[in-house]
Design a protein around this ligand. Structure first.
Ligand SMILES: NC(=O)c1ccc[n+]([C@@H]2O[C@H](COP(=O)([O-])OP(=O)(O)OC[C@H]3O[C@@H](n4cnc5c(N)ncnc54)[C@H](OP(=O)(O)O)[C@@H]3O)[C@@H](O)[C@H]2O)c1
Length: 325
């Protein structure tokens, strides 16, 4: 039947039929036919042979061995983005592994590739705030909504002390269940809030500390600790690496860094980021405004920090560019 259809189309070549792809059509129909036949056979109660895949068997053995030894399972689904077919395949296997580990109550650690994401809303001339510190609203409401979606996917949002104090941001996810694609019965995920720099009391950044939110602060000086607020103090001047490691130890495996300039400078100069997301709005803020970043110039162009453009999106008149480090 399949062969007959294939020959008929090849000979008559109807308008809607691309004859160059005849072989592909034949193969799809042929294998589709086998699948259909086997499915019917299985539904009728016939015996179906499924070849076991040695690699999947090895994964099962590895989970069993970890469980016996009382050690957690480490699963790396790849280092590429979610839209790569290799990662999708890895995540499918992760589904299988997570069911096994849940059954045996074995801890499962899944490190993710893009864990530190820097984000800024900037003007056409690369500025994130006016000279007086005003920065709301550079990007439009669609871009801001997209930021909230990003927030919902991260374990934490980090800002520098000046941003926390001057802007008094809430750093919460303000989207509905529907906008997040979540069932109404589930809670809206709220990332932990992180402030880098000296904060002495909650009233300095009221909205961040509101509603007993979980907040972690990090600086070289002593900070305040209460209820859900933890302070991490460091001796070294450059403690960013140690701070990120301490956050990871607290299960904060993904951080969205939302500025300001000094904070972005620190993450970029320490090469401590995986992704940079820039929303560029079609406005000009002028030379006295605060630049998105303000790093030392390299001596040669070839020594400059160069990122890889990953994706460009348009939110009304704003352009979102996602770069990989
Ligand atoms: N358009 C946007 O997307 C956007 C986003 C955020 C902020 N902004 C704007 O940016 C401006 C603030 O930027 P900013 O550069 O002045 O300040 P900032 O980056 O918000 O905060 C700087 C402070 O954070 C602490 N800090 C940052 N990096 C550190 C490090 N590596 N180690 C230790 N401490 C560190 C220090 O606090 P201590 O001095 O206490 O040690 C430092 O003084 C505001 O006007 C805000 O509106 C714009």
């Amino acid at each position: 039947m399949v062969f007959f259809l294939f020959v008929l189309l090849q000979v008559t070549k109807p308008d809607l039929y691309i004859s160059d792809r005849g072989l592909l059509l034949f193969l799809i129909l042929f294998f589709g036919g086998i699948l259909q036949f086997s499915t019917r056979q299985a539904l009728r109660g016939g015996e179906v042979f499924l070849r076991s895949i040695p690699a999947v068997k090895a994964v099962e053995e590895a989970v069993g061995r970890s469980t016996e030894m009382g050690k957690p399972v480490l699963f790396v689904p790849g280092i590429q983005d979610m839209n790569q077919v290799e990662t999708v395949a890895g995540v499918v296997i992760l589904g299988h592994v997570s069911k096994m580990t849940a059954r045996y109550e074995t801890p499962l650690n899944v490190p993710v590739a893009r864990s530190i994401v820097l984000k800024a809303a900037q003007s056409l001339d690369g500025k994130i705030a006016l000279k007086n510190g005003a920065s709301s609203w550079i990007s439009n409401s669609q871009s801001r909504k997209d930021t909230h979606l990003m927030r919902a996917q991260m374990k934490a949002i980090l800002v520098g002390k000046n941003t926390a104090v001057n802007d008094n941001p809430a750093l919460t996810v303000r989207l509905s269940h529907k906008e997040l694609g979540l069932a109404n019965s589930l809670p809206i995920p709220q990332p932990t809030k992180i402030i880098i720099g000296d904060i002495k009391k909650a009233s300095e950044a009221k909205k961040i500390f509101a509603n007993n939110a979980k907040v972690i602060t990090g600086s070289r000086k002593s900070g305040f600790v209460k209820n859900n607020v933890e302070h991490l103090q460091y001796k070294n001047k450059n403690f960013l690496n140690a701070f990120m490691a301490d956050l990871l130890a607290r299960d904060i495996s993904s951080v969205l860094v939302e500025g300001g300039q000094e904070t972005l400078n620190a993450f970029i100069s320490n090469n401590l980021f995986d992704e940079l997301v820039l929303y560029t709005a079609p406005i000009v803020l002028g030379k006295k405004s605060l630049s998105t970043v303000n790093l030392e110039s390299p001596l040669l162009i070839k020594e400059a920090t160069r990122l890889k453009l990953h994706r460009l999106e348009k939110f009304d008149a704003d352009v979102k560019a996602t770069y990989f480090a």
